[in-house]
Write a protein that binds this ligand. Sequence first.
Ligand SMILES: *Cc1c(COP(=O)(O)O)cnc(C)c1O
Length: 222
Amino acid sequence: MHIQENLQYIKSTLPDHVTLVAVSKTKPVSDLMEAYNAGQRIFGENKIQEMVDKHETMPKDIEWHMIGHVQSNKVKYMASFVSLIHGVDNFKLLEEINKQAKKHNRIINCLLQIKIASEDSKFGMTSNEASEIIQSEAFSKLKNIKIVGVMGMATFTEDKDQIKKEFTLLKTIFDDLKLIKSCNFKPETISMGMSGDYQLAIDCGSTMVRVGSSIFGERNYN
Ligand SMILES: *Cc1c(COP(=O)(O)O)cnc(C)c1O
């Protein structure tokens, strides 16, 4: 794989206001280091243990993003270093992240995962649930977390019109949520778009794209 070339190409296509998360799940540290040596500092993983292991062996100026589904009982393993948790989809999880962040005297940034896909398999909350959480008093008391935006995954389909509809929906939800005022809600990030659809996502308002296989090649899950 030509990781450095892939990375440079993708970066050259991104507008300045869009952040690239290099999704490195299942890939060996040597692959991540190629990207690191080409200047990449933000990596996304979907398994906490794998992220912890990579964090331990790699340079400490990397920002680690947890992009996968998070189990409450594993938050403690990443609480000392994770820089953004994309997949927060319930209030109990926010409470646990707050509790673990507090132990490390940190504020952990989170995105609320909104369900925009039509498939049942995708995690996420409705826009109403998100808005209720952000407006709740219980949330305003969680001083060691900050919600900095939303994350969504489009339906796995070739139908570009449907994907576009779902991305546009997430942008609309973000714009609505933005009107809510709360001390630990600082909406600035819309995390949407992967290898196959990140250009479309940017056209629809994405500010953060999560790109894996277009940088590191196809994943091998064996
Ligand atoms: C794996 C993954 C990606 C990257 O997918 P590619 O199609 O390889 O770019 C993005 N977001 C999430 C949540 C993922 O799990």
